[in-house]
Design a protein around this ligand. Structure first.
Ligand code: ZN
Length: 309
């Protein structure tokens, strides 16, 4: 009843896989890439006292944040050594060793230890702490059920989950799962992936969304920022007429006027109508969008309308 990890509901192959993986290996499989092998490296120094150093022409980019997301990108790309070296050289760690320990605890199913580590992570408001604890204990409860350890599950519900005094409706739902006639029904009703790696990784993703981003970086942060920049450049492109794969990180995107068709493309024999493609621009909020209209004589018809007929 006192133990934490409960892998007994897993199929043998899955159990073997988990048992062979050390916490570090498990973290390497963590999709966020937020956990670097170098995060707890002995050579890595603590965050510098001066965190106000900025970068960029307007001084809007905090150097600490900039280096952290680069480090995260390196780890997620599999460049473990490069990420660790960057941490060491910059003195800026991707995340604190306590956060790394917390993630290891979750993936290893060490629920009680993870709850204790959660409270050591840093300044997190009480409401967030409760919500995070609820998610962890819910996983603990469900894994007990999945293992057929109903008594332990019931104890977790009564002595740990209920006293949190949040999510009352969900607590009632959890109680109803105790009498689920089969494992499949339990997984279906709980909308849960079963005891083990998959559901624990999902739990970490949920916790990541809950905890402050400064504590646990959102996954693939650098990719998200780059994609956002490309989207903005595309939306601001006055003469946009190219496919997304034409976008490059090497230069700001801008289609030239020459890429817009402005001449007659085809003369049909049918009714000797000239197919003319005109381009015009429309302002929509701050974005200017290019629209092509196909005219078959008059009146004008849109491309979509023409194709649908
Ligand atoms: Zn363009």
């Amino acid at each position: 009843m006192g133990r934490d990890s409960s892998d007994c509901g897993l199929p043998p192959s899955k159990r073997l896989k988990l048992s062979k993986l050390s916490p570090t290996n498990l973290l390497e499989g963590f999709p966020t890439g937020a956990v670097g092998a170098g995060s707890g490296a002995p050579m890595a120094r603590a965050l510098p006292a001066n965190e106000v150093e900025t970068l960029g022409s307007r001084g809007q980019i905090r150097k600490v944040e900039f280096v952290r997301i680069i480090t995260q990108a390196l780890f997620s790309l599999g460049y473990q050594q490069a990420g660790a070296v960057l941490e060491q050289e910059s003195g800026i760690v991707l995340q604190s060793p306590v956060v790394t320990e917390f993630q290891q605890d979750i993936l290893a199913g060490q629920w009680d230890k993870s709850l204790a580590t959660l409270h050591m992570i840093g300044p997190i408001d009480e409401e967030t702490l409760k919500s995070a604890s609820f998610l962890i204990l819910q996983q603990k409860f469900l894994e007990f059920l999945d293992c057929g350890e109903t008594t332990a599950a019931l104890k977790t519900l009564r002595t740990e989950i209920s006293p949190l005094d949040i999510n009352t409706q969900r607590v009632h739902q959890l109680a109803s799962f105790i009498v689920c006639p089969s494992r499949d029904i339990l997984l279906d009703k709980a909308e849960w992936r079963g005891a083990g790696e998959d559901s624990r990784i999902y739990l970490l993703e949920e916790l990541q969304q809950l905890l402050p981003p400064s504590v646990m970086l959102p996954e693939k942060r650098l990719e998200h920022l780059v994609e956002q920049a490309l989207d903005l450049q595309r939306d601001a492109c006055v003469f946009h007429n190219s496919l997304d794969h034409a976008l490059s990180l090497y230069a700001d995107h801008q289609c030239s006027r020459d890429q817009i068709p402005t001449q007659s493309l085809q003369i049909t024999g049918w009714q000797t109508l000239t197919l003319r493609v005109l381009q015009w621009k429309a302002c929509l909020g701050s974005a200017i969008r290019s629209v092509l209209t196909v005219l078959l004589g008059t009146p004008a018809k849109s491309v979509d309308n023409e194709r649908s007929q």
